[in-house]
Design a protein around this ligand. Structure first.
Ligand code: DGY
Length: 298
């Protein structure tokens, strides 16, 4: 079965694909009718150039950029990589929470600029995690992994979900209540038509002054202009790994001390990226053998 992959994905599992061509989608000039399976990292699929396409194996849990509607209309099967990336993404979420609350990046910059005077007793005060309230928006695999880690930091955990679930990981709140009660809010919902702009200007205004907003999900879930205004005014703090127009980051954020910015690193550990490749390849091989897909997108 002819497979097209948009890059060489990390890990030895990739070598198990017998007939694979590596090409960036932007390099496709004419149709490739013999390609049956495509491996992409949440990139728009040019269906008109791949008329024989039967499977898209997505190297990402999020599939918001694939053009899923058209793929479904054409009967193309789609898989993604849930679960294997939850720990790495939750770890980065905690790193951003700590970075923002303990002002780690600000401190690092101060040292590098040679501005550390040695005085410590009365300067650079930050916010403790112990006893703070963490609001988790979306208690799926990643949200749950964050909640488990939060226990170790003695955070009080609130969560919101479309439907309330039976869990001891935190207390359920409606979204607006959660925003108003939390010291830290972290987002773990997928980008869908319902979640695009979910955290808009009205909801940002519900956050108390000094609240930290952390986003390792998708930039488009937050109204970036409204968030920018809150950050520039200094009312909110943020730890952000994702942006509405990646790799563009709003210029005015670059000099703000109250924001920690990372370049979409949620899943970027060697172990997780290799596990993602393993799952992608296993889905392709299962499809080739006519077996059930391991992680079909429903
Ligand atoms: C995902 O899996 O959706 C991540 O954002 C990609 O790293």
């Amino acid at each position: 079965m002819k497979v097209l992959a948009t890059r060489r994905y990390p890990g030895s599992a990739f070598d198990e694909l017998a007939d694979v061509e590596i090409r960036a989608l932007g390099e496709l000039e004419s149709a490739l009718p013999d390609v049956k399976a495509l491996i992409v990292a949440n990139e728009p699929v040019p269906v008109e150039l791949l008329p024989g396409l039967e499977l898209v194996a997505n190297f990402s849990v999020g599939y918001d950029r694939l053009g899923i509607g058209e793929l479904r209309r054409r009967g193309v099967a789609v898989t993604n990589t849930p679960a294997v990336l939850s720990a790495a993404t939750a770890d980065l979420t905690l790193a951003l929470i700590l970075g923002v609350r303990r002002r780690i990046v600000e401190g690092d910059a101060r040292v590098r600029r040679g501005e550390w005077t040695g005085s410590w007793a009365d300067s650079f005060l930050a916010e403790e995690l112990t006893g703070s309230t963490l609001g988790i928006v979306g208690l799926g695999g990643i949200g749950q992994a964050v909640a488990r880690r939060a226990r170790g930091f003695d955070l009080n955990v609130l969560y919101t979900q479309r439907t309330q679930v039976e869990t001891d990981l935190g207390e359920f709140r409606e979204l607006d209540e959660l925003l108003a009660e939390s010291d830290i809010v972290t987002i773990h919902v997928p980008l869908t038509p319902e979640t695009r702009g979910l955290i808009d200007a009205r909801r940002l205004a519900l956050l108390r002054a000094g609240t930290s907003l952390v986003n390792t999900a998708r930039g488009e879930i937050v109204d970036e202009a409204a968030l920018g205004a809150e950050l520039v005014s200094g009312r909110l703090r943020a730890g952000l790994d994702v942006y509405a127009h990646e790799p563009h980051v709003p210029e005015e954020w670059l000099s703000l001390p109250n924001v920690v910015l990372t370049p979409h690193l949620g899943t970027s550990t060697r172990q997780t990226r290799e596990a993602m490749t393993r799952l992608v390849v296993d889905n392709v091989l299962a499809f080739e053998r006519g077996e059930p897909l391991l992680t079909p997108v429903v």
